[in-house]
Design a protein around this ligand. Structure first.
Ligand SMILES: N[C@@H](CCC(=O)N[C@@H](CS)C(=O)NCC(=O)O)C(=O)O
Length: 248
């Protein structure tokens, strides 16, 4: 059986996991611990150079380190309940364009989130993988984790106004597309819908039933400048989750 290494709260992991679950592909999930888990991940994937990220899918000699290729793997190895599958051949370009949009929104959203997180001691404490009573004393551990991600993804070199614009334009493009129908590519559920739903996590997190977050973390993930203008896109995201995201 394949192993998926990922971070439960991460929208990239959710993108891969949703595709695997939707296609009914069996896998074992292993929770990743940023920084601490890196050496083991490099060893398991035999990636000794460059950046390693999760989600990562390991299936014998086959290694996939990107949510999009994991979803493609899911489409090859599973069976879709939808007639055309997650990647209908005729809609390939459209689906991958929406995925590129989702990736750009997520990179922008992460940069905006990490900036907010650095100033939110309660959210930092919730990120400490330790019993509640110890969390406030261990806040520096979470601060170290945030610093690590900030430097790994070169957040200081990013333009905050541009990140805001990228997220905003993503929501606008989504809202416009939804005025033409409930599915982004063709007339059924595809990876385009799934990818854009997961990107909306950086505007307002989805219900805890799908991705559990502590109250301070949820507040921190909420991008309030944009959430109020994104009501149609968020309502659509919630409808798609209810209909197509089975609870684990
Ligand atoms: N292109 C990758 C990007 C994945 C990605 O950025 N993963 C981040 C999520 S925050 C990660 O691995 N973070 C933990 C780390 O870098 O140690 C994908 O779509 O799967």
């Amino acid at each position: 059986m394949a192993t998926l290494v990922g971070l439960t709260y991460s929208p990239w992991t959710e993108k891969a996991r949703w595709a695997l679950d939707h296609q009914r592909v069996p896998y074992r999930f292993v929770e990743y611990l940023p920084l601490v888990g890196e050496a083991a991940l490099r060893l398991a994937s035999r990636r000794f150079r460059g950046k390693v990220t999760v989600p990562m899918l390991l299936d014998g000699a086959e290694v996939h380190d990107d949510s999009y290729t994991i979803a493609r793997y899911a489409a090859r190895h599973g069976r879709s309940p939808e007639p055309g599958g997650l990647f209908p051949a005729a809609l390939d370009d459209e689906v991958s364009a929406w995925n590129a949009r989702s990736d750009a929104m997520m990179a922008a959203g992460r940069a905006l989130l990490l900036r907010r997180m650095a100033h939110d001691p309660l959210a930092l404490q919730e990120a400490v993988p330790a019993p509640r009573a110890l969390r406030s004393r261990l806040e520096p551990v979470a601060r170290l984790g945030t610093w690590y991600l900030t430097s790994k993804y070169a957040i200081a070199d990013r333009d905050e106004a541009l990140d805001d614009r990228t997220l905003r334009e993503g929501v606008k493009a989504l809202t416009e597309a939804l005025s033409r129908g409930d599915h982004l590519a063709g007339d059924g559920f595809t990876f385009a819908d799934l990818a854009m739903c997961t990107a909306m996590q950086f505007v307002l997190p989805v219900d805890d039933r799908y991705i559990p977050l502590g109250p301070a973390t949820r507040r921190c993930w909420t991008y309030s400048h944009l959430a109020d203008e994104a009501t149609a896109a968020l309502a659509w995201r919630d409808r798609v989750y209810t209909r197509y995201r089975a609870l684990r």
